[in-house]
Design a protein around this ligand. Structure first.
Ligand SMILES: [Zn+2]
Ligand SMILES: [Zn+2]
Ligand SMILES: [Zn+2]
Length: 412
């Protein structure tokens, strides 16, 4: 494959250089205006030229496309705002009928919009009807996140925020480097002349992440109220594979048979061996595994290969509710504890182990920083750290307890 490409290097170089010019230059636009076509859009028709009027018309609702103008035998960057484009946010893209002569800002508001292909100066025509929402809300409804709530002069497209959020999770891209890349997209030669408004971008990104956590948790829809009380204030992601008491594992119903009914199809397709394993109505360890894991996980589980003798023995191996192990240590500790069961106890206890652990490396970014006195936590106590005042009270109580113990020890 690479050799094939290499053998055609000259052809590819020719084609890339061909993109820098246009075979159509000098031709009239296909419209009836009898004018030379000189504008191309790099997003929607990079190999076709239009006149300025046609380019404006075709981009009335596409203000974030990159356009170039043919002049002096070369293409030069020519943003749509230079051709007079105004992007109207309501009334189906038409100018708001409430605009009057003599209004402030008769030419709309010029806003810097950051998009996945760089920064754009966009002339925005806001709706001025009496019932119109604020400018920030109008931008948001046009899928542009406002840089500020009051008189926004900067906005970030939702596409940009989703793209950056994905990039930062998958490739650890940081905000500063992404802002620099956007400046480079905007101007390949003088990116440092572009105002990236990095501080504003950083704040918007942080708030966006907080919004995504809350949306993902189901909190805005009231779904947390459906969870057991211990989880109702938490927007942290629960491990779907771990047995969470009251969510996918019901230790109090282990003896009533209801827990078995709650297990999904992974156990419904069970054999007679499975039935034998639930003779006493309690869920077998196999069922617990299929409840907590994915279908694939259940199918791949060694439980599928259980022999009749093993399944019959499962009656005795059925885990009790008090066998639900909560491990606060590392994986290594948890594995060590499950790998050495006490003699005569369930040897499959590792299948219903709930891991409660903290990975400082990946969650430390959530901890509030002390180097900015104006900074504050966006969801105190709702994710991976305790609420600060409650935690300080706990530390004070522990310290007082320690002092009393030391005083008692010193009297002995
Ligand atoms: Zn276009
Ligand atoms: Zn035309
Ligand atoms: Zn209006």
């Amino acid at each position: 494959m690479l050799r094939q490409f290499h053998e055609n290097t000259e052809h590819f170089l020719d084609e890339l250089l061909r993109m820098e010019a246009s075979a159509e230059h000098g031709k009239l636009c296909s419209c009836s205006r009898d004018v030379v076509a000189t504008v191309r859009c790099l997003e929607c028709h990079p190999d076709r030229l239009q006149c300025a009027e046609c380019a404006l018309k075709s981009h009335a609702s596409l203000p974030l496309h990159r356009t170039e103008h043919w002049q002096d035998n070369q293409f030069v960057v020519a943003p749509l705002i230079d051709f007079g484009l105004m992007y109207h946010l309501s009334h189906d893209g038409a100018r708001c009928p409430s605009w009057k002569d003599g209004d402030k800002n008769p030419d709309g508001h010029v806003i810097q919009v950051a998009h996945v292909n760089g920064f754009h100066a966009v002339r925005i025509g806001f709706c001025r009807c009496p019932s119109a929402p604020s400018h920030a809300t109008q931008l948001l409804r046009a899928r542009m996140f406002p840089g500020t709530l009051s008189k926004p002069r900067t906005a970030y497209t939702i596409s940009l925020l989703v793209t950056f959020h994905t990039l930062t999770r998958e490739s650890n891209l940081n905000t500063y480097d992404y802002a620099k890349a956007l400046a480079r997209f905007t101007d390949q030669y003088l990116p440092y002349d572009i105002k990236t408004r990095y501080d504003n971008f950083r704040i918007v990104v942080r708030f966006w992440r907080d919004l995504q956590m809350k949306l993902r948790s189901g909190q805005p829809l009231g779904l947390l109220a459906e969870l057991p009380p211990v989880h109702q204030d938490s927007i942290a992601l629960l491990c779907p594979a771990c047995p969470q008491p009251g969510i996918n594992y019901y230790p109090e119903k282990a003896g009533s048979g209801e827990a078995g009914e709650r297990s999904h199809s992974g156990s419904e397709q069970g054999s007679s061996e499975d039935a034998a394993s639930t003779l006493d109505g309690a869920p077998s360890s196999d069922e617990l595994v299929s409840e907590a894991g994915s279908d694939e996980g259940a199918e791949a589980s060694p439980a599928e290969e259980t022999s009749g003798a093993d399944a019959a023995a499962g009656v005795d191996e059925t885990p009790r509710s008090d066998e639900l192990v909560s491990e606060a240590g590392s994986d290594g500790e948890a594995e060590a504890s499950s790998a050495e069961p006490a003699s005569g106890t369930n040897t499959k206890i590792h299948r219903i182990t709930l891991y409660l652990s903290m990975d400082a490396n990946f969650r430390a970014q959530q901890k509030d920083k002390t180097n900015d006195p104006a900074d504050f936590h966006l969801h105190p106590g709702a994710a991976y750290f305790r609420e600060d005042s409650a935690f300080r009270e706990y530390l004070a109580a522990v310290a007082a307890c320690d002092r009393r113990r030391h005083a008692a020890d010193s009297r002995l």
